[in-house]
Design a protein around this ligand. Sequence first.
Ligand code: FMN
Length: 213
Amino acid sequence: MPTLLHIDCSMRQDSSVTREITAIFVEEWRQANRDGKYVYRDLGTSPIPHADEAAVVAGLLPREALNDYQRVAWAVSEPLINELREADTILLGVPMYNYSIPSVLKVWFDRITVKEHMIGDPTSEGLLTGKRTVVVTARGGAYGPGTPRERYDFQTPYLRALLEQIGLDRNLEFVHSEMTLAHSVPSLEQFKPIADASREEAVKAVCRLALAS
Ligand SMILES: Cc1cc2nc3c(=O)[nH]c(=O)nc-3n(C[C@H](O)[C@H](O)[C@H](O)COP(=O)(O)O)c2cc1C
């Protein structure tokens, strides 16, 4: 039975492009995997507490050696880690905030990047290697090759690096929706056709990727 772990983290609800595109992936995936298990986590509405020292130390010690503080901290991290380990496909909806990722998603990475998941050498196998990861991004502007803002894209390379250190970069796809602000910022109105074309491409891409999972 295949398992899909779906994580959204936009602070927006109804108007969120990442939520819209990840929901299309999920709909297609569920049609194609009727016996599949679907797990959803919304970091936008239910953020995880920041990892503290107890949480980090708890990830390094055997469970029976944890003190009370570490046990409480581990109780937050453990379900996130278990969800990740049980998933075959991981779907992340990631808005660009200040050229990078939402802080609520950074906290998730701080919690799940434990010693047992880290692979050290990027070519070696780890506990998470073999899983498939699809990252759906949305950006207010455009950051593709040749655009004036290309060098400000700290979102894609950062996510790639985070995923690489836990072995989730081997089967990794990015789907970008760009110029999303063209529909809400009057000075960007001229870019609406680019925004619409980018969204259309993203929908096609997730439909294809959902069926391939
Ligand atoms: C706090 C915040 C910071 C943002 N920073 C950027 C940015 O650095 N570059 C950019 O192109 N768009 C930026 N945006 C616009 C979002 O990337 C854009 O609205 C995107 O569609 C958000 O994803 P969503 O539609 O799923 O909410 C920012 C939006 C917010 C709310």
